[in-house]
Ligand binder design. Structure first.
Ligand code: BTN
Length: 327
């Protein structure tokens, strides 16, 4: 259904500000008048401002910022990432949708991306939710089949953070930091989170779903997260193009991912360490789900665990958790 709505919206976008006859739209799309009326209603419901009706014709009131596959495809320079796209106006969670596709045995090409304009049940790390306001954010999941053991899975999440760091810095000119393991910060506030979910056999990752949420153009946030969340728009004072950031990201990620297949994990660890102010010499406190570990950071081990030197001088390697305090 959303694919058809995309076609209708794309047809309207080819004629922005011009009224297109309903007759012609229905004919071009090969649908009946009543179907056209229904689809226009659905697009309106998804927040797209369309004037007119079947007999007067339809026109877009303004060019909507929608991540249409029709706009992404012609500008893509990747071989894998984003070559196959599912696009939704509303979905519960792009990660959930991807896992449902895989669970139903759908054979997806590696690098398939599921994009949503908004999510009704966006999921965050550690069982949290992800605020997924329509049109403001970039919400997507990538389906990967890395030829790697499960122990290396966290590295692909770090790689995603590095790729988004590079994409956002290049496109916005903002100074971006990576908070371990994979939160992206501008200033000390978070604008991007990553949630990876894997299905693995004992020695091989079968599928990996990497979900990314970017606060691009949010103007404000719900009270409970307002003190720690920000958006690229708030940080830069400018509306940011979601499609440009997404395209930059796809290329960055593909390069890092291909590099892993050729050269292994060193490149990921090296870039993460260079771009994160949390990598070395930072006084932090981490909650790993069971206990709090406080100390000074001493880089990543080859599997992406953060090395923390504690007061007694011994070094603990932490594989997952949340930085709860830092100086
Ligand atoms: C975090 O808690 O920092 C991770 C947030 C990940 C959010 C993204 S939005 C797209 C994808 N679908 C989801 O349900 N979650 C991820």
């Amino acid at each position: 259904m959303d694919r058809k709505l995309d076609e209708l919206l794309y047809a309207l976008m080819q004629n922005t500000m011009i009224t297109v006859s309903g007759e012609k739209l229905a004919r071009d799309l090969g649908i009946s008048h009543s179907t056209l009326v229904r689809w226009v209603d659905k697009l309106r419901h998804a927040g797209i401002a369309i004037r007119g009706e079947l007999f007067t014709g339809y026109r877009l009131v303004r060019l909507p910022d929608v991540l249409l596959p029709q706009l992404i495809r012609p500008r893509l320079h990747t071989r894998l990432i984003g070559r196959n796209v599912y696009h939704f106006y509303d979905v519960d969670s792009t990660n959930l949708f991807a896992s449902r596709l895989l669970a139903h045995g759908r054979r997806l090409p590696e690098g398939t991306v599921i994009i949503a304009e908004s999510q009704t049940a966006g999921r965050g790390r550690l069982g949290r939710t992800w605020h997924s306001e329509r049109e403001s954010g970039i919400y997507f999941s990538m389906v990967l089949f890395p030829k790697a053991p499960p122990s290396l899975a966290p590295l692909f999440t770090l790689a995603t953070a590095v790729a988004m760091h590079n994409a956002v810095e290049r496109y916005t000119g903002l100074d971006i930091d990576i908070k371990w393991p994979n939160d992206l910060l501008v200033g000390r506030q978070k604008f991007c989170g990553i949630l990876s979910e894997i299905q693995a056999e004992v020695d091989l990752v079968k599928t990996m779903i990497v979900g990314v949420g970017v606060n691009a153009n949010h103007e404000h946030f719900p009270e409970d997260i307002a003190h720690r969340a920000t958006s690229l728009r708030i940080a830069s004072g400018r509306i940011q193009s979601r499609i440009e950031i997404l395209l930059e990201f796809f290329e960055e990620f593909e390069n890092i991912y291909m590099d892993f297949e050729r050269k292994g994990t060193a490149g990921i660890i090296d870039q993460w360490t260079r771009f994160s102010s949390f990598a070395n010499g930072r006084k932090i406190e981490i909650h790993d789900g069971v206990r709090k570990i406080a100390g000074v950071t001493r880089g990543l081990n080859p599997l992406g665990a953060l090395r923390i030197e504690q007061k007694r001088g011994d070094v603990e390697e932490v594989y997952s958790g949340d930085v709860v305090a830092w100086e």
